[in-house]
Design a protein around this ligand. Structure first.
Ligand code: NAD
Ligand code: MG
Length: 365
């Protein structure tokens, strides 16, 4: 099997290369792409004997990327780019009928309806790599949709689980970057601390599983052992468990319908002893409800939410705004957003509008 890895220098990209190392030649890498770290990218290209390498910070890179994901020898494209930048290459890969192992969530959040339609037209398969969606994809296999009552996404609750809003007033970037269970890129780690990550995943699930949002719910589970849970109409519930290690989801997405030998260590349940669950604290973590509300509003709202969040998270990481300013900024941009249907003609315009508005709000703080 030949794959392309978009975002190979990041956390998911590196885990994908570990899956490739373990594959004993079954998976070959046709192309790699990253945004800036050319030295790391070249090192990876050398180790995996890769023909095509694209640095997206260079001019003309989008065209090159679109060409590479469509190469006839490519079987699957791993989309591990962070943020809205993943939209165009994902669209190109789907149009070309490729299997897309989709780790990036922002593409589905901003234009899930468009991407899933394109995938259906081109007979291309989206296999979610986001651990909760991958877990649900696995737990749903063989079950007709009419048997499903509800899908549950789990979340660890992040580094600030149990904290009050007052306690979050002065949290530092370093504190927010200390995720209890997962080692991930900076943007998703901050999203996990604000619970925006669960909100984005809620929208992602709506499109991956083509399900009414009323039938999607979220459960806090601090150990991150159960990743997703399907509730059936008869009251039975099927949960998916694995170590909190993204190699489990990545290897599943690439090997499906087969499985890779020893992709991850199984869990020692005797050692683990207990699993805990609690409801989401929507009073403290406003981002979660903002995301859900944007899905309800529909049209361009999730695109606006996503762009405002990308800008606010970037500003927090650069210590320009406080942690609690993140939901406030998103809310403010959302409240000024136009009510419009979304299509490929206004997608990029509305994304830019939201970024600009949020930047203006930051400079007037
Ligand atoms: P990361 O920051 O570690 O890596 C991001 C990668 O994308 C890097 O290779 C970077 O060079 C590349 N990139 C950044 N901007 C780009 C641009 N404009 N164009 C092209 N490439 C660009 O991020 P990550 O943690 O690996 O996450 C990647 C995606 O997967 C995110 O959307 C995240 O939400 C999702 N995801 C990650 C995890 C995880 O465990 N890390 C879990 C679930 C979902
Ligand atoms: Mg996830």
């Amino acid at each position: 099997m030949n794959i392309v890895i978009l975002g190979s220098t990041g956390s998911i990209g590196e885990s994908t290369l570990e899956v490739v190392r373990k594959s004993q030649g079954k998976i070959k890498v046709t192309a790699l792409c990253a945004h800036s770290n050319l030295e790391k990218l070249n090192k990876q290209a050398e180790e995996f004997n890769v023909k095509h390498v694209v640095l997206t910070s260079k001019a003309d890179s989008i065209k090159k990327l679109n060409e590479i994901v469509c190469l006839p020898e490519v079987d699957a494209v791993v989309v591990a780019i962070v943020g809205f930048a993943a939209v165009l290459p994902t669209l190109a890969a789907l149009k070309a009928g490729k299997r897309v192992a989709l780790a990036n969530k922002e593409a589905l959040v901003t234009c899930g309806e468009i991407l899933t339609k394109v995938a259906a037209q081109a007979n291309a398969q989206i296999i979610p790599v986001d651990s909760e969606h991958n877990a649900l994809f696995q737990a749903l296999l063989g079950h007709p949709k009419e048997n499903v009552k509800k899908l549950w996404l789990t979340g660890s609750g992040g580094p600030f689980r149990g904290k009050t809003k007052a306690e979050l007033k002065d949290v530092s970037v370093a504190q927010a970057l200390k995720h209890p269970n997962w080692k991930m890129g900076a943007k998703i780690t901050i999203d996990s601390a604000t619970l925006m990550n669960k909100g984005l995943e809620f929208i992602e699930a709506r499109w991956v599983f083509n399900l009414d949002p009323e039938r999607i719910d979220v459960l806090i589970h601090p150990q991150s052992i159960i990743h997703g849970l399907v509730e059936f109409i008869d009251g039975c519930q099927l949960a998916h468990m694995s170590q909190p290690d993204m190699k489990a989801a990545i290897s599943f997405a690439l090997y499906y319908p087969k499985r890779q030998n020893n992709a991850v260590e199984p869990i020692d349940l005797v050692k683990l002893k207990k699993l805990e669950f609690e409801a989401v604290d929507t009073n403290t973590f406003k981002c979660f409800e903002l995301a859900k509300a944007s899905l309800k509003t529909g049209g361009v709202a999730p695109t606006v939410l996503n762009a405002a969040n990308e800008i606010a998270v970037d500003a927090f990481l650069k210590e320009k705004i406080s942690f609690l300013a993140i939901p406030e900024l998103i809310n403010s941009t959302l409240s000024r957003a136009p009510h419009q249907a979304l299509d490929l003609d206004n997608l990029f315009e509305i994304d830019q509008w939201s970024r600009q508005k949020t930047l203006e709000n930051i400079s007037s703080l």
